[in-house]
Design a protein around this ligand. Structure first.
Ligand code: TYD
Length: 134
């Protein structure tokens, strides 16, 4: 089973440009409770290094590109996001890291819950333990 679950958004494009609309429960497979975005990213650092116990997320690279590493405790996959018309699902209990940010990268993340630090697993060994028991 692939860890990489991409959603292709419908692009409404004409000679004026392109538009993508994202609705909770439609293009985004959960009700949206939070949106955050990362920008002015340094290419020298990786970010993320955590998994969530319950949170559902969809990441969209609105500008530029970046890479993701996804890990479910057994398998690892990497991919590059480089289109504002494509979303990457980050499901619960998937360890994720982001890296290789282009200088113009704007990474938006749509989330199913408000920020809750208790939902994070930030220790990889702890993640592998919890993933094995899930
Ligand atoms: P962090 O988890 O380190 O970001 P990343 O996963 O991209 O490496 O978050 C950086 C800081 O931002 C940390 O202090 C928590 C805070 N934060 C919020 O307050 N609200 C949020 O929705 C998010 C995602 C982070």
């Amino acid at each position: 089973m692939s860890l990489v679950k991409l959603i292709d958004f419908r692009e409404i494009a004409d000679t004026r440009g392109a538009l993508v609309a994202l609705e909770g429960g439609n293009e985004i497979p959960f009700e949206i409770r939070r949106v955050y975005y990362l920008y002015q990213l340094s290419n020298s650092f990786h970010r993320g290094f955590h998994a969530h116990r319950k949170l559902e997320q969809v990441a969209v690279c609105l500008s530029g590109s970046c890479s993701f590493l996804l890990d479910d405790g057994l398998n690892r996959q990497t991919l590059k996001l480089a289109s504002p018309a494509q979303g990457l699902r980050i499901e619960p209990m998937v360890w994720h890291e982001m890296f290789d940010f282009s200088s113009d990268c704007v990474l938006m993340v749509i989330a199913s819950e408000h920020y809750d630090e208790s939902d994070y697993i930030r220790d990889y060994e702890q993640f592998v333990k919890e993933a094995a028991n899930a």
